[in-house]
Design a protein around this ligand. Structure first.
Ligand SMILES: C[S@@+](CC[C@H](N)C(=O)[O-])C[C@H]1O[C@@H](n2cnc3c(N)ncnc32)[C@H](O)[C@@H]1O
Length: 282
């Protein structure tokens, strides 16, 4: 079979299983199997694949057919300007979370040495992206999931930042430390009703602990804000991601905990996604 034929066959199978991104997914899977870029595949569509490559392709296609996310199949996800290793223990980095990095970079001037905390680091995509661009900063990254933390540590090594980030496997509730200049967090914020409505790709494969924020979706948001009020220096910043209907209540929790909300960012689909706030109580 040549590239074109296997891609056609794969896309047809995925379409029959209601996978919306069938063409792209097949190209990515083929690129993993034959270890060539998508571009190399698309300009060499008449090239042949071996029998072994064909059976590897079918093996991964069967996973995708069952809605296993393509990032878990590939073992990586691109986020911000970088590539991160990923497996089922950690949430797949989302483009909307890049707003946290963008806002954090605005809070950390070039050359300034700041102490940063990432709560619920997952794959480490937020803090690693930030430290890649602010080399004088040091960070702490915590996660309640031991297995997610392994992914984050692996990524820190991959980006040569293992000496700049300390990792702790701990619930934010139990975390005590010196004060930080900046805290970033993308907490689990999905409520119990929405949890059951998630796409199969997410609901069946991504870690529940990374998604579920309690019955109302606010359990972890509340914990993080209350704790950050203790962990931040005066005038320190907290940048937190929220769900699209959580702005008003989150703002209220922030105000009740001594924060001033300076910015609310919308994601690319126009939904409120990230709040930038400053601790104004001493
Ligand atoms: C939405 S994911 C975010 C992962 C990553 N920061 C990102 O943006 O892709 C939330 C992360 O918070 C962690 N987590 C959930 N509850 C926690 C808690 N109470 N304390 C610390 N981490 C927690 C989860 O294990 C998960 O890795």
């Amino acid at each position: 079979m040549n590239y074109q034929e296997i891609l056609n066959k794969g896309s047809q199978i995925l379409r029959a299983h209601n996978v919306k991104t069938s063409n792209l997914d097949c190209e990515l899977i083929l690129s993993k199997v034959i270890n060539k870029t998508r571009e190399e595949i698309l300009i060499n569509l008449n090239n042949k694949i071996t029998k072994n490559q064909e059976s590897d392709f079918i093996f991964y296609l069967n996973k995708r057919k069952k809605k296993n996310p393509v990032s878990y199949i590939l073992g990586y996800k691109s986020f911000w300007k970088y590539r991160f290793y990923i497996n089922e223990s950690a949430l797949i980095p989302r483009p909307e979370s890049e707003h946290i990095v963008e806002q954090a970079l605005k809070c950390v001037p070039f050359g300034r040495s700041m102490n940063i905390l990432d709560i619920g680091t997952g794959s480490g995509c937020l803090i690693i992206s930030l430290l890649n661009e602010r080399e004088n900063c040091l960070a702490t990254a915590i996660d309640i999931s031991k297995d997610a933390l392994k992914v984050a540590k692996f990524n820190a090594k991959l980006h040569h930042l293992e000496n700049k980030i300390k990792f702790f496997n701990i619930d934010i509730d139990k975390f005590h430390s010196n004060k930080y200049d900046l805290i970033i967090s993308n907490p689990p914020y999905i409520n119990s009703v929405d949890l059951n409505r998630l796409d199969d790709d997410v609901r069946l494969y991504e870690p529940r602990i990374a998604l579920y924020g309690g019955i109302t979706g606010f359990d972890e948001i509340k914990k993080i804000i209350e704790k950050s009020s203790d962990l931040l220096k005066y005038n320190g910043k907290l940048i937190i991601e929220i769900g699209d209907k959580q702005k008003n209540y989150t703002r209220k929790i922030l105000l009740n905990n001594g924060f001033y909300v300076s910015k609310i960012c919308k994601d690319f689909s126009g939904k409120d996604r990230c709040l930038v706030s400053t601790k104004i109580n001493k």
